[in-house]
Design a protein around this ligand. Structure first.
Ligand code: GDP
Ligand code: MG
Length: 177
């Protein structure tokens, strides 16, 4: 793939939020580089990854921001949200607490982000179905109530990773175009 002289029509900043260890960094690795690592280290230094794709014959550069482990200290700052047109709020389907915290993340997001931001709830780690602690129905119901898109994914086996990012990016495109 040659990026030489590629004309970019839009750059969309999308932020990943949610509790530590839910799989945000691996979802991003899967989407941006088609990679996954079991021994994922807390991201240090790297602020975002990009991937360029086509939506509706337009060239979109998706700039996906990943928290550098600050979620543990609740120090995700307004700079992180600044300019974001999309957000993916991730929980782990095997960790009830990470789902219970979604409401808190949503509150923080709504306090910092633009009103028109495209929001998606992601239940990650579907490959660990036998350890499931959050039903699809509970999450779906929450998402409907809060007016969020919703999908379950696995960064490990790639289930729904591409469709979930595409859903957010397409919704952003719909909002801005
Ligand atoms: P973050 O703190 O939200 O960025 O979470 P990471 O992406 O660092 O992932 C935390 C741990 O969960 C790592 O050991 C990952 O390998 C693992 N992990 C991430 N996504 C998945 C997934 O879809 N399935 C499984 N089984 N493990 C995952
Ligand atoms: Mg991370």
């Amino acid at each position: 793939q040659s990026n030489f002289n590629q004309k970019i029509d839009y750059v969309f900043k999308v932020v990943l939020i949610g509790d530590s260890a839910v799989g945000k960094s691996q979802l991003l690795a899967r989407f941006s580089r088609n990679e996954f690592s079991i021994e994922s280290k807390a991201t240090i230094g790297v602020e975002f990854q990009t991937r360029t794709l086509e939506i509706d014959h337009k060239t979109i550069k998706a700039q996906i921001w990943d928290t550098a482990g600050q979620e543990r200290y609740r120090a995700v700052t307004s700079a992180y949200y600044r300019g974001a047109v999309g957000a993916m709020l991730v929980y782990d389907i095997t960790k009830r607490q990470s789902f219970d915290h979604v409401a808190r993340w949503l509150e923080e997001l709504r306090g910092h982000a633009d009103k028109n931001i495209a929001l998606m709830l992601i239940g990650n780690k579907t490959d660990l179905g036998s350890l499931r602690a959050v039903t699809t129905e509970d999450a779906k119901e929450f998402a409907q109530r809060e007016n969020l898109f919703f999908m379950e994914t696995s960064a490990l086996d790639s289930n729904n990773v591409e469709p979930s990012f595409l859903t957010v990016l397409t919704e952003i495109y719909r909002i801005v175009s």
